[in-house]
Write a protein that binds this ligand. Structure first.
Ligand SMILES: *Cc1c(COP(=O)(O)O)cnc(C)c1O
Length: 215
């Protein structure tokens, strides 16, 4: 196997093991390969190994890399995982299948105004960090009501826990918020903590470094 195929296999195996330990079906978890800053060759190696979901954090970078790749691999699904400016909503809607960073009314309105709004995860500022994107937990219920009024399909909740502390309590909190508000999708978990995220209910894990580099 190529290095990319080996890493992909390892991560899929670990996701399946974590899912089984939590009495979940491994097929209920989508692995998103976070390809921000990665070149086309590295991305194609993963596609050749069978990976189909990819995540980018900047519209500009995605616009440079993905239209040509998508033409070659039409079954790829592209996820926007980074902060999204409202004035880029139309461009993002044309490029991405799913947005993971819907976190404010201005962006919801900009997305609603696009021709074919992608489905969106509502990003929650789960650690109440000033510098981070995401809607405040207190503002989440009313915001979910506004999203549910349409036309943007609600895919779930997404969060990036604070760095340098255990992520699991934040994963558990996001899962609890999803339960409380009848939301099914949970985008949480990165290279260092995706197994914990799966055990706590993640339906989408966003893994970059562990897929693209030998750790
Ligand atoms: C970069 C990034 C990831 C992937 O992080 P790794 O630690 O490289 O796996 C996941 N989610 C978001 C929002 C990111 O920006």
């Amino acid at each position: 196997m190529t290095d990319a195929a080996t890493r992909l296999d390892t991560i899929r195996t670990r996701i399946a093991r974590a899912a089984k330990a939590a009495r979940r079906a491994p097929g209920d978890i989508t692995l998103i390969a976070v390809s921000k800053t990665r070149g086309v060759d590295a991305i194609e190696a993963l596609i050749a190994a069978g990976q189909r979901d990819f995540g980018e954090s900047r519209v500009q970078e995605a616009a440079e890399k993905w239209p040509a790749l998508r033409a070659r691999y039409p079954d790829v699904r592209l996820h926007m995982i980074g902060r999204l400016q409202s004035n880029k909503a139309a461009e993002a809607a044309a490029l991405f299948d799913t947005i993971h960073s819907l976190d404010r009314d201005s962006l919801l309105e900009a997305m609603a105004a696009t021709d074919a709004p992608p489905a969106a995860f509502v990003q929650v500022n789960i650690g109440a960090e000033e510098q981070k994107g995401g809607i405040a937990i207190d503002a989440l219920p009313a915001f979910l009501d506004r999203v549910r009024a349409g036309p943007v399909a609600l895919a779930g909740l997404m969060a990036i826990p604070p760095q340098g502390v255990q992520a699991s309590p934040y994963f558990a909190l996001l899962a609890e918020l999803a339960r409380r508000h009848d939301v099914t999708g949970l985008s949480m978990g990165m290279s260092g903590d995706y197994e914990a995220a799966v055990m706590l209910g993640a339906t989408q894990v966003r893994v970059g470094t562990a897929l693209f580099e030998d750790l």
